[in-house]
Design a protein around this ligand. Sequence first.
Ligand SMILES: Cc1cc2nc3c(=O)[nH]c(=O)nc-3n(C[C@H](O)[C@H](O)[C@H](O)COP(=O)(O)OP(=O)(O)OC[C@H]3O[C@@H](n4cnc5c(N)ncnc54)[C@H](O)[C@@H]3O)c2cc1C
Length: 416
Amino acid sequence: MNRDIIVIGAGIMGLTAAYELHKSGKKVTVIDEGNITDCTSFGNAGLLSAFDKGPLSNPGVVLDTLKLMFKGESPVILHPTLDKKIISWLWKFINSANPQRLKRTIALFEKYGQITIDKYKKMQEEDGLDFDFQHKGMLSLFTNQETYNKKIKQYSYEDETRFKILTKSEIKDYVPCSNEKAKGAILFKKNAHLDPKKVITQLKEYLENNGVEFILNEKITDIQFSEDKIEYVKSATKTYEANTYIMSTGYQTLLADKLNKELIMTPAKGYSITFNMPKEYEPLTSTLFADLFIIMSPRKDDVRLTSKLEIGSTNPAVVKKQIDSIKENFKKYTIPFEMSNEKLWAGFRPLTPNDMPLIGRDEKYKNLIYGMGLGWLGMTFGPSLAMILNDLIINDLENKDCDDILLFSGFYQGKY
Ligand SMILES: Cc1cc2nc3c(=O)[nH]c(=O)nc-3n(C[C@H](O)[C@H](O)[C@H](O)COP(=O)(O)OP(=O)(O)OC[C@H]3O[C@@H](n4cnc5c(N)ncnc54)[C@H](O)[C@@H]3O)c2cc1C
């Protein structure tokens, strides 16, 4: 079979890349080791939050995290490790959390976050996909007076297209389950949310119906390469050949390791609890309990809580202690209500130290394109990154000739 493109990994990166390339007239095959119902792109919070949230590598983040650890409310879990890769990642993370980078990162987030929102809207309008896309803003709710005061200072001007500072009674309207401990809240109007499970299932269905080949439950275990290109990729029993290969394997670096390509990223485990609750207590829009790093997203049929950022673990199990800790922290700031039909999930963010994705052409194997390192904002940037990869492939560009790669790719960010 003649294939133009093989996409390895069918998370948001792989599927949106397949979507763009299919639209550009390429013959695309998508291969995944699973059946794409359990990848990170499936169980996340579904926030499209490129605006006013700021990057993870933020000045002050280390101190703030330490304070929360002291209070027993920290979402960050750092397992003690001597792993050189993790220590080097942490070092880069601490160094990239500086004011110089911050402004640049915020500008890039807004540029590519807006492209993504436009792309999701277009998928719904033009291709009839329906993934409960809601452009109602994201509420940041503060439970700590000090952080709220700090945040509010940044918003001492007026811009009603961008944000609204809520009164106490408006907070109760937006988040009826919040209790009197909420110190304040800001609605960031440019953000949106969607149901990630529906994005993945709808995209797959659309692509399959339009001739994109899917090979599921097939792990690619090896890559055969010559001097300057990939010849084919292999599973345990088969080989697959194409003109161009996209590596979009999320947090997993098995294939990059085969090529001796060091991708500076680390798996950062997170959890979600999906449940039903009394309708009258559901929030009006996605809500970030900012001091706890707990996100509450309302969806058509249920509500999802997501939290935790655990570094140094690759155990895929849902650990009860972490679920209990999310619930315990959440309950401190909400009124009692019953959570029914609970579904628990854990997944790994492919986290880079400076919030920049690892995208672009391999310097040596020119027919290999990376779509990696989407971090904690893969849903927020997936479609815009797919547009960039499509541009690179369709126009046969080198990285150095693609402005978007030079601007946004973690491969081109200097030392940090
Ligand atoms: C708790 C949590 C909450 C989050 N909330 C948000 C949010 O609100 N907004 C947001 O923008 N982002 C969020 N994220 C981040 C987002 O989910 C990720 O950035 C994104 O899903 C990564 O997508 P991906 O396509 O790179 O990887 P994945 O979704 O992990 O997909 C990679 C795929 O590659 C396959 N694969 C791997 N190796 C192989 C192989 N060798 N052969 C074949 N297939 C292979 C895997 O099976 C998998 O299906 C969250 C993440 C977590 C954990």
